[in-house]
Design a protein around this ligand. Structure first.
Ligand code: PLP
Length: 356
């Protein structure tokens, strides 16, 4: 069976197997990772190794702190403005879809938000050209969503920014290499390419720490986590451990360069089939089609239910599109193998033949 869920998403089978083997008795210590003190040598070792492996995978220099937090990417929608806006500067946001909108809505509670560009007029099927962006003269930062998980819209270029660039990479992190040095802050909920839900990763340039707005709760101030190795309070230890196993798995696959090759091949196969089918379609401009989240609709929406039922039966799980857009969505994160895409295309072909 193959799982195309947008999140919590598929986890590599090798990782699940290893975690299951170690579940009752981690490395012969007589207890599970879940039962360890977060301050124990064992857990601190697991935590440090995970951070080191993530730094290696993404090429994160010592100029950046890597934080392992709770609260999901949604909490970062508040933490980002609170930490970076200073005492009342303008903040710049790009609106390319549902997740951008949520980030903007939350930032507006605290800061003066300037929406520099929006693709709402194309129903979020395009990315506004960079030369049309109305950047503020003196923003505290520029925020964008490199991959819109719901719309299936992805940036394959990085905005040029004089101010710290902030990216919600929840659904694209670890899918291909990025130049971390171009960013002031990157954040991501774990439950797609990192591991299970409950963990949130923040990668923040150290010079941006310690400037949080006075009203920032202690737990939301990135400096609190940075000063305490993300152990100011009890961290999500099990999720952190599992993320560490995923990072090791990624290294064994050949790192992010290898993932990019595979992810491009998977996505290209599916988009090519969709475009050629005459039965399915994807509305996103070709240059900005997501490698991770591939939404598509059937020519006749009254067939949606039958399509999904048949897919379940064929072992193709969680293809239903997001409730806000309908149709279907195949999320093909790192842990979704190429065979899953092949199986999906084979099913889609048969279904189209039987229903045309
Ligand atoms: N941002 C993006 C791009 C997402 O895809 C998601 C969840 O799917 C979120 C934010 C929200 O993440 P969380 O559920 O971790 O708060």
């Amino acid at each position: 069976r193959f799982n195309f869920c947008a999140g919590p998403a598929s986890i590599p089978e090798a990782v699940l197997t290893e975690a299951a083997e170690q579940m009752l008795d981690w490395q012969g210590r007589g207890l599970s990772v879940m039962e360890m003190s977060h301050r124990s040598d064992e857990m601190v070792g697991i935590a440090n190794e995970a951070e080191a492996d993530l730094r290696e995978l993404m090429g994160i220099s010592d100029d950046y702190a890597v934080l392992f937090l709770q609260g999901g990417a949604s909490s970062q929608f508040s933490a980002v403005p609170l930490n970076l806006m200073g005492e009342g500067k303008v903040v710049d946001y790009v609106n390319t879809g549902e997740w951008s909108k949520k980030a903007i809505k939350e930032a507006k509670r605290y800061a003066k938000v300037n929406v520099v560009a929006s693709s709402e007029d194309t129903n979020f099927t395009t990315i506004p050209a960079f030369d049309s962006w109305k950047l503020s003269e003196d923003a505290a930062y520029l925020h964008y969503t490199p991959n819109e998980t719901i719309g299936g819209l992805e940036f394959f270029w990085t905005p040029e920014s004089k101010v710290p660039l902030v990216a919600d990479m929840s659904s694209t992190i670890l899918s291909r290499p990025v130049d971390v040095n171009k960013f002031g802050l990157i954040y991501a909920g774990a439950q797609k390419n990192i591991g299970p839900a409950g963990l949130t990763i923040v990668i923040v340039r150290k010079d941006l720490l310690g400037k949080a707005n006075a009203m920032t709760p202690t737990m939301m101030d990135y400096k609190t986590a940075a000063d305490n190795d993300s152990m100011y309070n009890t961290p999500p230890t099990l999720a952190w451990y599992l993320a560490g196993l995923v990072f090791k798995w990624l290294k064994a696959q050949g790192g992010l360069e290898a993932m990019e090759v595979l992810n491009r091949r998977k996505a290209e196969k599916l988009y090519s089939y969709i475009d050629a089918s005459g039965f399915y379609s994807n509305p996103v401009e070709v240059a900005s089609r997501s490698l991770m989240n591939i939404p598509f609709v059937l020519a006749d929406a009254s067939l949606d239910k039958a399509f999904l039922a048949g897919a379940e039966e064929a072992g193709l799980l969680n293809l239903k599109g997001h409730r806000s857009v309908g149709g279907m969505r195949a999320s093909v994160y790192n842990a979704v193998p190429e065979e899953a895409v092949d199986a999906l295309i084979a099913y889609m072909k048969t279904f189209a033949e039987q229903n045309s």
